[in-house]
Write a protein that binds this ligand. Structure first.
Ligand code: PMP
Length: 364
């Protein structure tokens, strides 16, 4: 069963356990023989892959006696989704929350955070990570001055990659190994390739550990990093566009977080992606597969398709039954007011059906 069947104690019981879904129409349109599979994280309770780390970071801090209900104030710099997960966990458990959020992040994320009872402080997007004005700098300043203030710190907290090593990775392995191979849908029953975007890097590092340690040491892990960010390895991949601002939220940084492993043993290849191709891939996921995913899901898909066309990827792309998994981190509900989405949804060329409707209504 994709979902727990028993009554859950609280919203945190509905974190994770997300579906792995075939992307057959996209695979066909791209001429792929392999299975293209999407790990769809927007079905998690808070709407993203980051619920998993929020839940584990809070639970572990509680175990270590670092959180006191009615006293502790959880402060976290985030691109929003970790904040939403934390605000959800803290609403359930009774802790106050302050989220520092760069200006570029969507109004939808801020509204969800405030609705969950969090305070939100906006910070300049262009501030360098180690400047006092950045979302990280402001969080540190608040923590120094607010009694009970604590930063769980997703950039350094081992429970960030661990949450994915313990849940996201094993769920993917379980879905792939539990699904039989049939003549109509052949499967190697292994995770052969996985493509994951990096922000803090917790998702890619944790999933890589789970798969390479316990399932398939030869699985190829492909990291996705937006142009303008410096996370990709080797560094030469990043030089052309370093520092350029980009619109996609949640992936890329101007520093290397401690929880990201850039070791080629953990992440085999990196692909750099641009906004436009990410948004085009979001459109494909919606139109062809009915999946209401967010911008970084488009980055992951466009990077996946680019890698499958590359010298290393071509062979897998043409191997029947090879399983290529794309991690889709959040949903479009986080981005409904963003110009890139409104343009895609509302300013598309009228379809023949739309023209037919207009014609009928005009005649009446
Ligand atoms: N996509 C979105 C929408 C996100 O919010 C995040 C988290 N920053 C990521 C991708 C990347 O996840 P991670 O921090 O684990 O690298």
């Amino acid at each position: 069963m994709p979902r727990p069947v028993q009554i859950l104690d609280d919203a945190l019981g509905a974190v994770g356990n997300t579906p792995l879904i075939r992307l057959d129409k996209i695979a066909k349109a791209e001429g792929l023989q392999c299975n293209l599979l999407g790990k769809v994280e927007y079905t998690s309770a808070g709407g993203s892959v980051k619920d998993r780390i929020a839940k584990l970071m809070v639970e572990q801090a509680e175990k270590e006696g670092k959180l006191i209900p009615g006293h502790s104030v959880v402060i976290e710099p985030t691109s929003g989704n970790t904040g939403i997960g934390l605000a959800m966990a803290c609403a359930v458990k009774g802790y106050s929350v302050i989220i520092t959020l760069p200006n570029k992040m969507s109004l939808e994320k801020e509204a969800a955070l405030r609705a969950l009872g969090a305070e939100v402080v906006r910070t300049p997007t262009e501030a360098a990570w180690d400047s006092p004005e950045s979302h990280i700098g402001v969080a540190q300043k608040l923590q120094r001055q607010i009694p009970g203030g604590i930063i769980l710190d997703q950039y350094r907290n081992i429970n960030n990659p661990l949450a994915h090593e313990l849940t996201t990775g094993p769920e993917i392995i379980e879905a792939v190994t539990a699904t039989p191979s049939t003549p109509a849908k052949p499967s190697s029953r292994m995770v052969d390739v996985i493509i994951v975007g990096a922000g803090t890097g917790g998702t890619i590092t944790g999933i890589s550990r789970a798969i390479k340690k316990t399932h398939n040491p030869k699985c190829i892990i492909v990291g996705i990093d937006p142009k303008g960010s410096i996370l990709a390895y080797p560094d030469a991949l990043n030089t052309d566009d370093a520092g350029k601002l980009y619109i996609v939220e949640g992936i890329g940084y101007d520093f290397i977080p401690d929880v990201l492993s850039r070791d080629p043993k953990d992440v085999d290849h990196w692909i750099k992606t641009a906004d436009e191709e990410s948004f085009e891939a979001v459109r494909k996921l919606m139109r062809l597969e009915g999946l209401l995913v967010g911008g970084s899901s488009g980055s992951a898909l466009s990077g996946a398709l680019e890698w499958l066309k590359s010298e290393q990827g071509q062979k897998i792309a043409q191997t029947k039954g090879a399983n290529v998994v794309v991690l889709l981190p959040d949903g479009i509900r986080n981005y409904m007011s963003k110009p890139w989405f409104l343009k895609m949804a509302l300013e598309a060329e009228p379809s023949s059906l739309a023209k037919q409707i207009a014609h009928i209504l005009k005649d009446n």
